[in-house]
Structure formats: C-alpha cells, structure tokens
Design a binder for this molecule. Structure first.
Ligand code: RAM
Length: 951
C-alpha cells in the first residue's frame, strides 16, 4: 500500500495497479477472524509491553486452515480503516498461529489506545476479509504515572468487641471543578483493602472485591474505568468507601486456632489511591488525585469484614455524599500514608468478581422466636439484597447457612469462627428501604432473618451470586439426570470458589487458595470456563508466595494464618502443574518463561530433599506439619504413604518441566529433566515395588500412623487405589508395569465392592487411570454409583454443589464433622470433570492450545445412552457427542477452523462406519487410519461431522 500510494502518479504503474491490484474487499474465501482479544480479554486495559493478541476463525469450508495472517494496529479507528497502521503493520506472516501473538510495533506509551484488526489467508492461499476492529488500551506503566497518594482514615480505635475487632468503613470525598467539555476521562483506582468508587452519586463499574487479593507487600492491582459519561463541565463530586478486606481484615482460620495474629496481616488501616484523568475538548489535560485534601469520615457502615459480615445503620447515612453540594464541613482531611517503594502497582490481570445472577427465594418459613428462614434453592457464594419496610431502629439480622438440620433449623456450625452475619438498622423510610452489603460475602443457600416486625414476603430477600467473571467455555449433558446434576454441581462449585483466587470453600473461616485443591482441579476447571486470565493472576500470587527455601506454599496468597503452615507434597506441585495446564490449554508459553526460574528452583529444592536419591524414602517429610504433609487428604481408604505419593509427584513435575522446557526452546534443560524423570522412575520402582511390580512400603517405618495426617491412625500401605491411579496417570511406569498397575487397581476396586477409596490426590487420576488401562466400564460404574462413597451418593442426598466429604450430609441421619471441616462447596471431588470431558465425551488436547485434538469417546455399556459436550477452546468450538440406539451409534463432532483432529469412532464393525450417511472413502476430508481396540481411527480437519456405526 505504501508503494502504491507514493507511485500513484506514474502512468505505467497506474496501469499496473488497475490490472493487478486487488482491493481488500474482493475476497474469494469466507475465512474470517472473530473474537479478537488482547491478553485473553475483549478490548481491555493492559500494561504488558508486548500485549498478546488472539482471534478465532470461522469458515463454512471443511478442513479449513490459516496459512498466513496480517495484523494492523493504529492509533485511531479512522487510521485503521484506511489501513494506515501507525503503531504496527505485521505484514503478511506465514503460519497458522492465531493466539499468543506478541505485539511487535512501536513502543506503546502509558494511556495509548490501540485499534487493531487482522486478516487470514486460507489453505489455498486466498486472503480473507479483515476482521471487525478491536482495541486495547495501555494503563499507567510505572509509578511516575501516578500522582495519587495513598490516603486513609485510621479508625482502628473503634469497633473493638469481645471476639472481633471490626472498625467502621471510612468514606472519602472530593469536589472538583472541570473547566469545559470533556473529551475523555479515565479513573485509575486501587486500594489496600477493598473500595467502591462513586462519581456524582453513581457507582463506577460493575466490579466487586476490587482491587483483589495479592501479597500487598509486593504488589497491588489497580482498575481503570472509562468515566467520560459520569462527568460534566463544571462541578463534579468523587467519593469512595474503603473497607479492610483481605488487607486488614480477618483471614482464614487464624482466629480458630488461636494464631497470635488474626487480622491485619498486611497493614491495619485500609488506604485508597485514585486519580481521575480528564482530557478536555481543547486537548488540555487535568488530573485529580487522592491527597490530604480529600475529606473523610465514617458513617453507616459500622462493620465490614469478608469473613464476619457487614453491619449497616441507615440512620447514619449521609444522603448524597458523593454528589456536589454536600456539606462536608464535619468531615476531616485525609491522612497521607507513605508508599512502599518495592510494592508494584499493576493492571489487574484476572477476571474481576461480578454479579453472575440473582436468585429469588423458593420459600420463606416462619420459625420459633420470630425467625424467618429463606431458601434460595441453590448453594452459592455471594450476598443478599434486603428489602424491608419498618420503623426507624428496627434491626434485621441475617445469618447464612448452606444446609438445614433434619429438623429444619439452619446449620451454621460449619462456618466455625466466620461470624458471617449481616445486620441492617432501619431508618424507617416510608416506602421501604433496600440494602446490599458491599464488602463481605457468604457461602450459603439459606438465610435466617430476625427482626421483621411483619411477615416478610419472598421479595424481602434476593440472592446475589458473585464470582470471578471467567467466560463460560463448556457444557456437558447426558441422558442420565444423576450425571447432569453432578455436572451442574461441579459448575456451581467452581463458580462459588473461583473468587479472585481459587478458594477451597466460600463459607467458613478459611477461603484460602489451597494449592493442592487448585492443582487437583485446574484441568477440570478449563472445560467449564476460560480460566486463562484468572490463572494469569493467581500464578503471580502463587509465585509471590514461593517460600525462601523455594518450596511453593500450602495456600497463596500466603499470610501466615498458622505459624506452622509450611509446604506439602501434592500441594506445592501446584507451582508446576498449574502453569503446565495453562500452557497446554491456551498455548501460553509466556507463563512458563515468566516463572521458569521459580519452577527450576522448586525442582532443585525437591531434588535436594531427596538427598540425591531421586525418591523419597519413608519418613522423608518429618519436618513439616502435619508430618509427611497432607498426603491423600480426606482419603476414605487405606492410607497411601505420603512419601510414595511425593515421589510420584516429583517424577510427574520433572516430566512436566521437560515438556515445558521444549515449549520455550530450552532443549538442554528438556534433556536434563527427562533424565531426572527417568532416574525418578527407576528409583521409585526400586523403593516402592516388589519383584512383581506390586506397590509396597515399609509400613513399620510409620508406626501406627500417629501424627501423620490429621485424620485416622491406621498404618500405611503402598498397594492402594491412590498409588496406582497416580502412577498410571503420571506415566511413571513402563507400558508393561502400567498394565499390571491397572490390573491391581481393578482388583482393589473389586475387593472394595466396586467402590472408590481415595482422597483429594487419588480421586483425580482414578477414572482416567481406569480408562487408560482398558477399564472404562469400571470408571462408568464408579461414576454411576449412588452408594457411599461416590458422587452419586452426594446427589441422592440432596447436593447441589460438590461437598468436602462424601458423607457431609446423609438424608435421615444428618451431619458429621460440622464443627471441624464440613464444607458443602469444595471442588476437589469435582475433579472428575476432567474425565467427563476427556473420556466420556473424549475431548483431549493434543498440541498445546488445542492446535490438535483427539476425540475418543468412551461408550458406557449401561446407565448412559448419550453424552454431549461442547468446549470453546482457544482455537474455537469443539463438540463431541455420542448416542446409542439399539446397535446403532451416532457420534457428532465439531472441529474448529485451523485445528486438526484425530478421531476414534467406537465400533465393532469398522466397515459400517459412515459420515453424514456417506461412505468414508468417498469423503476427501477424512483420512482413514487403522482399526484397533474397538475404534476406527480417522484424521479430520475443521467442520461438523456426523458418524454412524453398527455394533
Ligand atoms: C482444608 C482445606 C483444603 C485442604 C487443606 C489441607 O482445611 O479446606 O481443602 O487443601 O485443608
């Protein structure tokens, strides 16, 4: 284009152009880029120097591929439309890449707005049309861009009660005079604690629990809001409310266990930092930033704590406090607090917490003593909006519970020391009053309300479901209602616990991102939602929390809520497993590069811990608490030795390191970790198997198991479901030993009356290990069981989320373990999702980022007659479904453009396999490979396919 423009006047060249120049519109392929994203988000604000771009492709042609692409980035929509890419013109780039493409244009200054588009060339070399334009914006890139100071109002002297210290939430306000018509305005805002920002009486944005939980000593994230429409020429008012949040509030079980520190883990006064940047029509700029002139006071929010709840006295409200003209003469100046120079200020990289949905109560029931019990019909994380009409001073108290006792009373003892109580004191407004807490959340289905003077209707309470807004990615459905319910329970549990960080549970005094739970479930999570941004954020938390000895911690962020909390095999490996899954799922190599030194250091720590022996002999982890680590936590079977499991995890992480090293072009390191993996495999065989390959351990070394895992005193055994399932899943054995292990696993399950006997670490690999050793029907049998312990047992006992324990509640019997650990919203046992998508539907990632995919559905011989899964991968929509009717089997498959698939069609008679009722041979888009183990293997490209076979 450059060439054409500059030579336009030359007659010969003009003729040449007339003959050969093809305007971009004249395209002969329908290949089109859609869903343009930057750093995994649509039109975001970012601070990466080289933001990564991605798109998906659509085309009606089967087997369609991208052979080249071109990206243009411009500083305005007009320039972009005119193909004047003043920031970056990638020119035509050969290749199939559609994601993780780093911007490589001019350096981008803070606040730059970048408009971009992309086009792709198809498999025959034809260019497609340009995509619709997308944009991203650069945030503030370093501290010098910040004029705002940290301001606060120390209220720590207030709110001291017998058990809890809950000071009120400070309010801040500032009026400003804007000189003229405003072209563009941005609010950059953050807090140490939680904030809500308002402009001229209106809340800014839809995000909750901002700015999110990080190790505030190392970094804090900020949010950027487009606020042009909030402002007007002349007087404007800015307001903010700040609460203690994760920064200064109560965390975890510190109070429960009598930790010397129970709150204020990062600081005790919550602080605000905000700057409003205005650009006038004239081009002139102005910044209004937090400083000591911002007025502050405290008022209606008497208490605001994540674990303990919020208390609001509406009589102390300041009407219109964030509007102009409010008389703030009784408010005082803010205090400016020094910055920590080492604390980074960065753009929030995750998905903010937002309202997912509202829930209306199903019932409201009067209980003794004037209590009203609301049932919202679903266990979830969030709050309620209260709507009430009454007299000034009437006080409504709301308690939250996940379950009812068999006698119909709300059960709250499993919340332990989380007070989880919201209180509203009425002002007595004529038309009623409405209140939603801002800085707390609960895990609950039931609300018990006291203080209503007249019977409340169902509209008195509305459930507000909150969750990190990870985009929906998958669906899973069968013809079996039990399994469909199980799937919905998994989805609700993920929704409740992907809450800024991957928490263990949303209700009790815990809500920590336990690393073991996170790594056991991460792959399952990828099928339900796009968790790329969510984990981009949490992996920073996890690496920020890496210990001085280089072990990854038990939970991250990692304030020391118990002095003896250190690390544990099976938990710490989260630091390797999670980046690996993010890499595999999204083709994200940046995450590997970024944390490579941390991961290498962790492996070195584990190596040193094995004393150069490449295996952990019995009692290698006596120095941590609990002794040996958490092992196969909450196992319901024989206890697997923690050291045996640690050795398996050591091998597994070494193999993942090798694969990740290759992905980031570190062949020497790949060879090194492959060598380590081999040595671990050999050492494992020697230490933990007998001459036949059967797993064993030196039981005597552990005595009666006293002091090992928190629960159970029985001794340890190497020959367990958990041990074999993990060894198979982690490819720790030779093919021959793998099959033997599969047989022993099968024997153990049969001996156990066809029941599972695993804990957190044994459960995830259990069904996949059965499938990969030829026992899918046994996997289905476990899946479909409704006897204790099983997923079905939870469902038939009324579960609408995944429980921490299989028997958390038994109909007719009630609860066990309420006061200890009895969460009804705990995703670890939801890790069966990986098998539902990966085996029942058969969707397996091949090359990273689903560049290639294997579809190999496993057909249940009974109990399920059809399965349908959809998965929106980073390459586009993948579908796999199967349906049996008599001896006919139909397999429905969708492969996205630019992806190739190896498909296994289950059949006993390969000659009967047809696609869209046509012979496979006549279909050039299908390559038929071998028939083996009851599957006809095919290679296909993009498109929708319907295979049928006779069996
Ligand atoms: C429990 C948590 C979590 C588990 C740890 C070991 O308290 O809920 O699920 O990982 O302990």
């Amino acid at each position: 284009m450059q060439f054409i423009r500059s030579c336009y006047h030359h007659p010969v060249i003009t003729l040449f152009i007339l003959l050969f120049y093809q305007p971009a519109r004249a395209v002969s392929t329908d290949l089109k880029p859609v869903h343009l994203r930057t750093e995994y988000k649509t039109n975001p604000v970012v601070d990466a120097a080289k933001p990564r771009l991605s798109w998906e492709l659509t085309s009606a042609t089967r087997g369609q591929l991208q052979t080249a692409y071109q990206i243009m980035v411009a500083s305005s929509p007009a320039l972009l439309a005119a193909n004047k890419a003043d920031f970056w013109n990638s020119a035509k780039q050969a290749g199939s890449a559609t994601h993780q493409i780093e911007y490589a244009g001019k350096p981008l200054p803070a606040r730059a707005v970048c408009f971009w588009k992309v086009r792709s060339w198809d498999k025959t070399g034809q260019p497609g049309a340009w995509s619709a334009p997308a944009r991203w914006e650069m945030g503030l890139l370093d501290k010098a861009d910040w004029k705002a100071e940290w301001i606060g109002n120390d209220l720590t002297a207030l709110g001291k009660g017998k058990t809890y210290h809950l000071p009120p939430a400070p309010f801040f306000r500032k009026e400003t005079n804007l000189k003229g018509p405003i072209k563009r305005a941005r609010l950059y805002v953050t807090s140490l604690g939680l904030y809500e920002f308002q402009i001229n009486g209106k809340r800014v944005g839809n995000d909750h629990f901002v700015p999110g939980w990080t190790d505030y000593n190392k970094r804090v994230y900020y949010q950027t809001y487009e606020v042009t429409s909030h402002l007007k020429a002349g007087k404007n008012a800015l307001g903010a409310i700040v609460a203690e949040g994760w920064y200064a509030g109560y965390l975890g079980y510190a109070l429960l266990i009598g930790n010397p520190v129970v709150k204020s883990f990062y600081g005790d006064v919550p602080l605000l930092k905000a700057q409003l940047e205005v650009e006038y029509g004239t081009g002139e700029r102005e910044t209004i930033a937090t400083d000591q002139t911002w007025k502050t006071t405290h008022g209606p929010i008497l208490e605001a704590d994540i674990l303990n709840g919020e208390t609001y006295n509406a009589n102390l409200e300041f009407e219109k406090w964030s509007e102009t003209g409010y008389v703030d003469t009784k408010w005082k100046n803010s205090t400016v607090y020094p910055d920590k120079p080492e604390r980074k200020l960065e753009v929030y990289p995750g998905n903010q917490i937002q309202v997912f949905q509202e829930l209306k109560p199903k019932t409201v029931t009067l209980k003794s003593g004037g209590r009203y019990l609301f049932d919202l019909g679903q266990n979830f994380a969030g709050v309620v909006r209260l709507h009430v009409k009454g007299h000034k001073g009437d006080t409504i108290r709301l308690k939250f519970g996940e379950m009812l006792f068999p006698n119909g009373e709300i059960m709250t003892e499993n919340l332990r020391k989380a007070r989880a109580t919201d209180t509203y004191i009425l002002k007595g407004a004529k038309d009623g009053e409405t209140w939603t807490p801002k800085f707390t959340y609960h895990g609950f289905q039931y609300v018990e309300a006291t203080g209503f003077k007249t019977a409340p209707g169902l509209d008195a309470i509305t459930g507000i479901v909150l969750s990190s807004a990870t985009p929906l990615a998958g669906s899973f459905e069968t013809d079996n209602p039990l399994i469909n319910k199980l799937y919905q329970n998994i989805v609700w549990t993920q929704r409740s616990n992907y809450f800024d960080i991957p928490t263990d549970c949303p209700q009790r005094d815990e809500r920590l991102a336990w690393t073991g739970d996170a790594q056991a479930y991460v792959k399952s999570a990828t099928f339900n939602n796009d968790i790329a941004a969510f984990f981009t954020k949490w992996l920073v938390d996890l690496n920020d929390a890496q210990r001085a000895d280089h072990a990854y911690p038990l939970y991250a962020p990692a304030p020391n809520v118990r002095k003896t909390d250190t690390y544990s095999p099976g938990w710490s490996e989260s630091g390797i497993v999670c980046p690996y899954i993010i890499y595999k799922t999204y083709g994200d190599t940046r995450v590997i590069r970024k944390f490579w030194p941390n991961m290498v250091a962790y492996l070195a720590f584990m190596q040193a811990k094995s004393k150069g022996e490449f295996v952990y002999k019995e009692r290698s982890f006596e120095d941590i608490s609990p002794k040996g680590g958490y092992g196969d936590w909450l196992s319901v079977g024989k206890k697997t030795p923690p050291d045996l499991l640690a050795s398996l995890y050591y091998g597994y992480t070494a193999s993942l390191m090798a694969e990740m090293a290759r992905a980031i072009d570190k062949p020497d390191e790949a060879v090194y970790y492959e060598g380590v993996f081999d040595q671990i495999k050999q050492a494992f065989l020697k230490q933990y198997t007998d001459e036949t390959g059967k797993f064993k351990t030196n039981q005597a070394a552990y005595g009666d198991g006293e002091g090992y895992v928190i629960e159970g005193k029985s001794g340890f055994d190497g020959h367990t479901q958990t041990a074999y399932a993990n060894a198979i899943y982690m490819h720790m054995l030779t093919p021959e030993h793998t099959q033997k292990a599969g047989n022993w696993l099968m024997d153990l399950i049969k001996e156990n009356d066809h029941k599972l006997a695993t804990g957190f670490l044994g459960l995830k690999p259990l069904l996949p290990a059965l499938s990969s050793t030829g026992n899918s029907q046994e996997a289905y049998r476990l899946l479909l069981s409704t006897e204790y312990p099983s997923w079905g047992f939870e469902v038939v006992n009324g579960a609408n989320t995944i429980w921490e324990r299989w028997n958390s509640y038994i109909k007719g019997k009630g609860f066990e373990n309420n006061s200890g650990m009895n969460s009804f919203n705990h995703y670890a046992f939801g890790s069966v999702n990986e098998w539902l998508f990966g085996n029942a539907a058969g969707i397996k990632v091949g090359e990273a980022g689903y560049k290639t995919v294997t579809i190999r559905p496993e057909i249940a011989s009974e109990g399920i007659n059809s399965v349908k899964a959809t998965y929106h991968s980073i390459n586009g929509m993948i579908e796999s479904g199967w349906k049996k009717s008599g001896s006919n089997l139909t397999v429905q498959i969708t492969i996205p453009v630019n992806t190739s698939a190896t498909v296994f069609i289950p059949t006993t008679q390969p000659a009967t396999v047809l696609e869209s009722a046509k012979s496979l041979k006549t279909n050039p888009a299908i390559l038929v490979n071998e028939f083996k183990d009851g599957y006809l293997q095919l290679e296909i490209g993009s498109g929708k396919y319907q295979f049928t076979s006779q069996n």
